[in-house]
Design a protein around this ligand. Structure first.
Ligand code: GLA
Length: 729
């Protein structure tokens, strides 16, 4: 990692940031304009080989009366403003009644060791020596607004982190109308825009769209990053595959409304961006106040989607996840949700615990329904005291009994919500997001608490602390089961368009306090499955419930999309009952197990109702997973066959970092007559080593497994999986 700063003869400056494989080159001109010269493959030195030709472009205005060949409209900018000649999609907009321009020029710069944490927001972490940050301080003299751009390099990663800070040095207030976290102007538009779209129970569906002139946006305005979108986008040439091709990626460490995408201009250049969604965001910037954007990550590789994935997985594990559980192997859990839904009592939970122990499961999770009068999903959110009808002997007593059986205990909460039928709502009807003159809008019959309010934040820290301290709780599943509407605060302390962002700041404040108080608890975030599976939440909670859809075949797509950017250690994957509760499909226990083992394995079915043969099979699965868990959770992922290109066949491979062990999973969705034979060529092994197939004990060279491959035996059945586990001989 290196930050080179070179003064040029013409008084410009070249800033060349480079890590293991990526270079970012920024040039400031004599007059302080700041332009992007390169973001891509690492180069040794930059000598302006690609300096743009000065051309007089029609309808592109500029600041120099004596030169018609300079316009911000035609420059590859680093951080574009509005109103100063660039008609493309701006990264920042600031205004008051008299002025809505922003003419940013470089004032000064600074290089410092380490990362620059962002107060109140999640950001990548690293040791002081393992990261280096360039600060570019830009200024608009007329408004007395300072904009600082931060770019952080990491010694062991190819990812670059960036964020933006805006300070009002004037005596008057301004409104920030738009503030993106990252922007890249790329020289052409021969790309596809890749996003992870979807729906409830169909999250992280990979979608590719060729670029076109104009705006293409990936966004959420639901108050959460959402099931429908992911705060991520990447651009890749249409021929890019797992192994080759340039991929430029952007990620946002944020859990609320966001916007990412591209704007392709008249000259076929591409502006790529990510940041807060300006539709639902405004910020009043008072004199001397500073506002900081969420952090964004920039990634680049010329080695295809596979390398992009590995770079991100390594980065998330090293620099996003934190705390005691950062990279600790995750316990295999049994969750009672699909086993009992709301219909349980102590005896039922203990019976499940007994079966879990028999199977070798390590953690029992008590899901929704343990509190208030919660016997269905219409009531009691907010009443975080025990439902004594179900658990008359108390929570601590139940946990003690579960612990005595040798299991850890986890509990479900949904703190951000309130049911109208609850003590909390009766006491504080004004604590939910609502617009004074409008009726509520219900979703799952619940309302969203106003986390922009300090009293609500403090109440939640207190209420959750009481629950978490009330028994020996090792794990918490933190759920969030509706999106925001009627976004307004009864306090009316702030502009109404500040509330969505203030909500997320409130949420992060609560999470920070609770994680500090309960460092031993493993937190899993959930929003009806993957409705808030984003880097913001992962910075506090190191795992996520990937999807409420537990069908193994649907999971092929969901987990494929998720695996694009998030590592298996963060990705909850459970074996559930058949017919599947979401789609009605019947798949074998072997297939359900094999697919769930691609993530962070758990079970979510009534073990007390299963025949002994299935319990024995589950015990074997648990044993198998314990043996391969370090490979899945700490290893490297290689996707061999993808559901987007070969919809009937999926295959993936996890290899331990030291390349001594590999796990291959193959799944064929529907059986075919006279099916062609599939021979899978593995990747990433040590070519010169020999690997033993743990089932057959046969040894093969790493080169043979990679260049010749393994034959998948044919079977006359749908939803068919085959797994291999290879160990270095
Ligand atoms: C959400 C979660 C489920 C379960 C239910 C309980 O839908 O995603 O896993 O916890 O809530 O109400």
């Amino acid at each position: 990692m290196k930050i080179q700063v070179k003064q040029q003869e013409n008084n410009g400056i070249h800033f060349h940031l480079s890590n293991k494989s990526v270079s970012l080159v920024i040039e400031s001109t004599q007059d302080g304009y700041v332009f992007l010269r390169h973001f891509g493959k690492k180069i040794r030195n930059y000598h302006a080989s690609n300096r743009p030709q000065a051309l007089d472009r029609a309808f592109s205005p500029g600041p120099y009366a004596d030169s018609r060949c300079f316009s911000l409209d035609t420059q590859r900018q680093v951080y574009a403003t509005a109103g100063m000649g660039d008609f493309r999609y701006p990264a920042i907009m600031i205004a008051n009644e008299k002025d809505q321009g922003l003419d940013l020029r470089l004032l000064t710069y600074e290089v410092q060791d380490g990362v620059v944490p962002i107060a109140g927001l999640p950001s990548s972490h690293a040791n002081q020596k393992a990261a280096q940050t360039l600060k570019l301080v830009l200024e608009d003299r007329v408004l007395a607004i300072q904009v600082v751009l931060f770019y952080t390099l990491f010694a062991e990663s190819t990812v670059i982190a960036t964020h933006v800070e805006v300070t009002n040095n004037s005596q008057q207030g301004y409104t920030i109308e738009k503030l993106h976290s990252a922007m890249l102007d790329l020289e052409h538009c021969n790309y596809e825009l890749i996003e992870l779209a979807g729906a409830y129970a169909r999250e992280k569906t990979l979608q590719k769209t060729p670029l076109k002139q104009g705006l293409m946006s990936v966004n959420s305005r639901r108050g959460a990053s959402s099931h429908q979108a992911t705060p991520f986008t990447c651009l890749a040439a249409p021929t890019t595959n797992e192994e080759q091709g340039e991929v430029i990626g952007m990620h946002l460490l944020y859990s609320g409304d966001f916007e990412a995408g591209v704007f392709v201009d008249q000259l076929a250049t591409t502006r790529m961006f990510i940041g807060l969604n300006h539709e639902t965001f405004r910020w009043q910037l008072e004199p001397q106040a500073t506002f900081t954007s969420p952090e964004a990550l920039l990634t680049y590789t010329d080695q295809g989607f596979g390398q992009m994935t590995q770079d991100m997985h390594d980065f998330v594990k090293a620099h996003i996840l934190t705390g005691q559980h950062q990279n600790a192997l995750r316990p295999i859990l049994l969750n009672n949700w699909e086993a009992t839904y709301f219909d349980f009592d102590e005896a039922k939970i203990l019976a499940l615990a007994d079966k879990a122990v028999e199977a070798g499961i390590e953690l029992l999770v008590l899901d929704d329904g343990w509190f208030g009068q919660r016997n269905d999903d219409n009531t009691s959110l907010g009443d975080w005291f025990l439902n004594e009808a179900k658990l008359p002997k108390g929570l601590a007593n139940l946990v003690e009994q579960v612990n005595q059986k040798g299991l850890q205990f986890g509990i479900w909460v949904e703190p951000e919500m309130v049911s109208v039928t609850s003590e909390l709502y009766r006491q504080h009807p004004d604590w939910c997001l609502h617009m004074a003159k409008r009726p509520h809008l219900y979703s799952r019959n619940q309302l969203v608490l106003d986390l922009s309010r300090e009293d609500v934040q403090n109440y939640l820290i207190e209420a959750m602390s009481t629950v978490f301290a009330s028994a020996n709780i090792s794990y918490v599943k933190w759920d969030m089961n509706r999106n925001m509407t009627c976004v307004a605060s009864a306090l009316q302390q702030h502009g109404i368009k500040e509330i969505s962002h203030r909500y997320i700041l409130g949420l992060y404040k609560i999470l920070t306090a609770l994680i500090e108080k309960f460092p031993h608890i493993l937190f899993e975030s959930c929003s009806g499955g993957g409705g808030r599976y984003d880097l913001g939440m992962l910075a506090y909670m190191p795992q996520t419930w990937t999807s409420d859809n537990t069908d193994a075949i649907c999971r092929l797509n969901i987990q494929y999309g998720t695996s694009f950017i998030y590592p298996a250690i963060t990705m909850g994957a459970h074996v559930s009952a058949v017919p599947n509760h979401q789609v009605g499909r019947i798949t074998s226990l072997a297939t359900r197990g094999a697919i769930a083992m691609a993530g962070n394995l758990g079970y979510e079915l009534d073990l007390t109702q299963l025949p002994q043969t299935e319990l024995t099979e589950i015990a074997q699965q648990v044993q198998t997973y314990k043996a391969i868990r370090p490979i899945i959770q700490a290893g490297d992922l290689y996707r061999l066959l993808n559901p987007t290109t070969t919809p009937n066949e999926t295959a993936f491979l996890y290899i331990s970092k030291d390349k001594t062990e590999a796990v291959v999973t193959y799944c064929k969705v529907l059986a075919q007559a006279e099916s062609p034979t599939t021979v899978l060529r593995l990747k990433g092994l040590d070519e010169t080593a020999r690997y033993r197939d743990t089932k057959t004990q046969q040894c093969y060279g790493g080169d043979e497994l990679m260049h010749v491959g393994v034959t998948i035996p044919l079977a006359r059945t749908d939803f068919y999986t085959v797994t291999f586990h290879f160990q270095k001989c």
